[in-house]
Design a protein around this ligand. Structure first.
Ligand code: CIR
Length: 255
């Protein structure tokens, strides 16, 4: 059960976000409306949403998921692997917001790098993707911190995707959406894997929030697979975030 969510409003500079997609630049005004709709969908799931102000100097700063991991016991400030995003994790308003909810706030230190889009929570256990953004040192530090609080973690290697949760979404009740390179990873064999086809791969980045699942708009097969599992689905158009490799999960911290 999640009670709280933190988001950050996209900045005008979103048009300059890091991207590997060739879908053009996000349109700021459209991104703002999509972000408002995202917040409305979260509110429908019964969480309290803390909305942080936009930060022009950080084009990717609406993707708050990457700068902190929020667990049941502590929050951990990450150290993003992308140079242009590193200082995002030091933003004072985020630290203040986290300190309202957490007594224990930990930090990943140099030379560790980690972006929490690479971390998937399954109960008290955390899967950590080793990617271009998250290195072994960052993962080791994260696992030590988790263990200090009675939680646990393990690493999973990534070869193709940006982040672990680009192609995975844990929907609770042992249900795991899997796309691309994760379909055949042994680490996930114990789950009830629901496979997402290549042409809807972006739709694998969904979020479970209190028994509802928020799914990006425009991925009908993903949507019906999730509905067939018995979940109520809410959809939100995230086309502008997709243009800079961002999905639904990246836009919020949920705890
Ligand atoms: C980036 O490349 O860092 C951003 N343009 C997208 C971040 C997406 N975040 C995520 O998957 N957790």
């Amino acid at each position: 059960m999640f009670n709280n969510v933190i988001v950050r409003v996209p900045s005008k500079s979103i048009s300059e976000g890091i991207t590997s997609a060739h879908e053009g630049k996000p349109i700021y005004e459209v991104a703002l409306v999509q972000h408002e709709n995202y917040v409305s969908a979260l509110t429908k799931c019964g969480v309290e949403v803390t909305v942080l102000e936009p930060k022009e100097e950080f084009p990717d700063s609406c993707f708050v998921e990457d700068v902190a991991l929020c667990t049941s016991k502590c929050a951990i400030i990450t150290r993003p692997g992308a140079e242009s995003r590193r200082e995002e994790a030091q933003l004072e308003d985020m630290h203040q917001a986290l300190s309202k909810f957490y007594e224990n706030i930990e930090k990943i230190e140099e030379p560790g790098t980690i972006e929490a889009g690479d971390i998937m929570m399954v109960g008290d256990h955390y899967y950590i993707g080793l990617s271009e953004r998250t290195n072994q040192e960052g993962a080791n530090q994260m696992i030590s911190i988790l263990e200090k609080y009675g939680l646990s973690g393990e690493t999973v290697s990534l070869d193709e995707m940006l982040h672990l949760k680009t192609g995975l979404a844990y929907l609770e009740n042992n249900n795991l959406l899997v796309a691309g390179e994760f379909k055949n990873k042994e680490a996930f064999d114990k789950f009830n894997k629901v496979e997402v086809e290549l042409n809807e791969a972006y739709g694998a980045n969904c979020i479970w929030v209190n028994d509802k699942v928020i799914v990006p708009e425009g991925y009908p097969n993903v949507q019906s697979k999730i509905e067939n599992l018995g979940y109520e689905v809410l959809t939100v158009d995230t086309s502008e975030f997709r243009k800079i490799d961002g999905g639904l999960s990246c836009l919020s911290l949920r705890f």
